[in-house]
Design a protein around this ligand. Structure first.
Ligand code: TYD
Length: 203
């Protein structure tokens, strides 16, 4: 592995199984001797987790919502993600900039390009080395969820726009993205993800 670590983000709609896959991948990479940090957005440290609980419980205007996601991201990047990358670790992040583009930019209608510009400011230009998009139809994904948070309670139309938003980002940046169907079983999805990640780490 190079001296600088590697930054891998997981994206996708509700119920795609990102957190399970991150847990399995972290264990697999650690067993192979890599140092791995797993984090999530919104979240990461105590302040960003505080913003998370506001975001997932309170109704608010879309612009306020976007800025809170971005504040949590700026915090997570500075205090968790960048220090681990600089220490040579692999950072696995459950959601990142593409979620803001798909949810706030596309589904909430704030505009893809405006959100991309604000993402760049919030992250101080940090771009993932690899983004795994776990693609799932909203019908299947939402049916997997039990206690719905504020986003998950949005209608099917909203979640279809989210999916479209992610797929358009993947089309824009095929070098960074790998799109994988999240409708297959946990083990085969895990095996595919391990293969993709090892290829990138060893390239
Ligand atoms: P979470 O319970 O973590 O959902 P999931 O397990 O599907 O990741 O809740 C995070 C919610 O916040 C999820 O509905 C997606 C949404 N979100 C945005 O709308 N914009 C963002 O920038 C981020 C990071 C998340």
């Amino acid at each position: 592995m190079t001296k600088r670590g590697c930054f891998i983000t997981f994206e996708g709609g509700e119920g795609a199984g990102k957190s399970t896959q991150i847990r399995l991948l972290k264990a697999e990479l650690e067993a192979r001797g890599y140092a791995v940090c797993a984090t999530r957005e919104p979240g990461g440290d105590a302040l960003a987790e505080g913003i998370r609980s506001l975001l997932l419980s309170q109704k608010m205007p879309s612009r306020a919502e976007l800025l809170l996601f971005l504040a949590a991201r700026a915090q997570n990047v500075e205090t968790v993600v960048r220090p681990h990358i600089e220490a040579g670790h692999i950072v696995l992040c459950d959601r990142f900039t593409d979620s803001s583009i798909a949810y706030q930019g596309v589904a909430r209608g704030l505009g893809r390009d405006s959100v991309a510009t604000l993402n760049d400011f919030a992250t101080n230009h940090l771009v993932p080395d690899l983004t795994l998009l776990l693609d799932i139809s909203p019908e299947v994904g939402l049916s997997r969820q039990q206690d719905k948070n504020r986003m998950e309670a949005e209608g099917l139309d909203f979640h279809q726009k989210v999916r479209q938003g992610f797929l358009e980002e993947a089309d824009r940046d095929p070098k960074r993205f790998r799109v994988i169907s999240a409708e297959e079983n946990i083990e085969s999805l895990h095996a595919k993800i391990v293969q993709i990640v090892l290829d990138v780490l060893q390239s």
